[in-house]
Design a protein around this ligand. Structure first.
Ligand SMILES: Nc1ncnc2c1ncn2[C@@H]1O[C@H](COP(=O)(O)OP(=O)(O)OP(=O)(O)O)[C@@H](O)[C@H]1O
Length: 313
């Protein structure tokens, strides 16, 4: 088995009294799109900055590409791309010049660099904007430029820290598609977000973080199986009495029943014929039922189950 591309053991980072990372462990294999999912302040950015040695930390070991990472391991840093949360660009340089500047930190050869910069521009779809300065770009285009600057040198490992915050849907899709393509071309990706839908959509494995710790790690399917969360059944029904609600709550596989007229929500565990059972109880009670639909479990259900809190407060 090949060495993990990222291995973090027992990482502790404090800011004064705040414990931002609390004995944090992480292992990412080559070829993954690995998601770090957690609410604001759970420690995602701190974890990335420690891994990259941009921050000092109190304790812990970090290996990248199977080798110990230190602030002066420029040979390892060359193989890494970073797309930070805050857009960091030079206002006086054009789109093309910005990308060239960042690429030049790693690639000396001008001709090689010109080719890589062209590829990066095409990769994020900024061909029509190469002569623009950043202030002329929309938020979504700025994010795309930020990405091009981070990945033009063709890293083998790339960190994307919340790259889709405040972008339009078109740029969001372009960003996610670009990440998938990079990954298909052999780049391992670490992707942080507090948007569970995005993480579910593109990540091969996901770590759920809370208060500087990993609370669960696995594929999307594994995480949902871990807590046994099943679908949520939503039924429009008028004037539902307590007795019927009690019968619904005592059905096998039913965890929680809530009713705010006219919406009945039945949270189930995995398995069983839940929709049929719920509708059976309502039919027996003579309830007139309107719209019925079921939503599959989400990573928010997993987070709620483990931490007792919503992922998005
Ligand atoms: N420079 C700093 N000084 C003091 N405390 C900090 C600093 N940076 C982060 N923290 C604290 O460390 C904890 C982790 O923050 P971090 O930014 O890593 O979380 P995050 O999951 O990346 O959140 P976000 O999505 O908001 O960036 C939080 O409690 C935060 O307030």
């Amino acid at each position: 088995m090949s060495a993990p591309i990222v291995e973090v053991r027992n990482l502790v980072k404090r800011y004064g009294d705040v414990v931002a990372l609390d004995h944090f462990d992480l292992r990412i294999e080559p070829g993954e799109i690995f998601g770090l999912l957690g609410p604001n302040g759970s420690g995602k950015t701190t974890a990335i900055n420690c891994i990259l040695q941009l921050l000092t930390f109190d304790k812990g070991d970090i290996c990248l590409f199977g080798e110990p990472m230190t602030p002066t391991r420029y040979d390892l840093k060359r193989k890494i791309g970073v797309v930070p949360q805050n857009v960091a660009l030079f206002e006086e340089l054009t789109v093309r010049e910005n990308i060239d500047f960042f690429c030049a930190l790693y690639v000396d050869d001008r001709r090689e660099r010109a080719r890589l910069v062209d590829e990066a521009i095409a990769f994020v779809g900024l061909e029509d904007y190469v002569k623009f300065r950043p202030r002329k770009l929309s938020g979504g285009l700025l994010r795309r430029l930020n990405i091009a600057c981070g990945i033009a040198h063709r890293p083998r490992l790339a960190f994307f820290d919340e790259p889709t915050v405040a972008v339009d849907p078109q740029s969001r899709n372009a960003i996610l598609e670009g990440i998938r393509r990079m990954n298909a071309q052999g780049c391992t990706v670490v992707y942080t977000s507090h948007y569970m839908e995005e993480v579910e959509e593109i990540c091969s494995r996901i770590m759920i973080m809370d208060r500087g710790r990993s609370v669960a790690v696995g594929t999307n399917v594994e995480l949902k199986a871990l807590v046994g969360a099943g679908e949520r059944i939503i039924v429009e029904v008028a004037a539902l009495g307590d007795a019927v609600r009690g019968r619904l709550a005592s059905l096998p596989h039913v965890r929680r029943v809530t009713y705010t007229e006219p919406e009945l929500v039945v949270q189930c565990e995995q398995g069983g014929h839940n929709v049929g059972d719920v509708l059976g109880v309502l039919a027996d009670a003579g309830c007139a039922v309107g719209r019925v639909y079921a939503e599959p479990p989400t990573l928010n259900d997993v987070f709620l189950e483990i931490t007792g809190k919503e992922l998005r407060d």
